[in-house]
Design a protein around this ligand. Sequence first.
Ligand SMILES: [Zn+2]
Length: 51
Amino acid sequence: MSDTYSGEFYCVKCKEKRQAEGKVVETNGRRMAKGVCPVCGTNLNRILGKA
Ligand SMILES: [Zn+2]
């Protein structure tokens, strides 16, 4: 099962919020979204919490 997430990520490199699409993965029981900054290409992570 693979989920996608579309929304805001915080880019640590740009130090700004970015709108991006990413995959939802589960790590240690936590759902995280992983995306890529459309501006600088840095990997973005966002903790989604429990759905
Ligand atoms: Zn960025």
